[in-house]
Write a protein that binds this ligand. Sequence first.
Ligand code: THU
Length: 161
Amino acid sequence: MNKEAYQFSYEVYDSVSELNDQDAWLVNEAREVTELAYAPYSNFNVGAVAQLANGEIVVGTNQENAAYPVGLCAERVLLSSTATLFPNIAIDTMAISYNNMNGESKHPISPCGMCRQSLAEYEHRVKQPIRLLLSGMEGKVFIIKKSNSLLPLSFGSVDLK
Ligand code: THU
């Protein structure tokens, strides 16, 4: 028997003011676009903003549905728009934030399992990692260099060969 270990590290900043100008701008935009979310069922508005390798900016917000499972997370809305509007263009950085209308928004959230799978597929597809900036409306910001580090031992296209 062998034991394997998986190590994961990320950067923690006390607030957006510690970030460089471009990262701070992306985080603030993600906070702002939470207003565009359609989340009447959870009251949990999520905003995502991506800076693409060609300089374009694409945003996404969660879009819920009365038939709950039909709802989409902000990250997957963003990935689908990006792949359609700018085919084969890599995403350099994606900022994600949220406004919890029922409570506080002081701690970063990180993508749900389904979005981690979608992020991993996108990275594989364009052959470039996506850097993540995670935050709430205030407080700490986490920076993760490659989104696929959030999904160890992931299932992917190689498994289908
Ligand atoms: N949600 C996102 O949009 N992104 C995440 O990373 C976590 C959860 C959405 C899904 C649902 O509309 C609401 O937040 C509550 O789960």
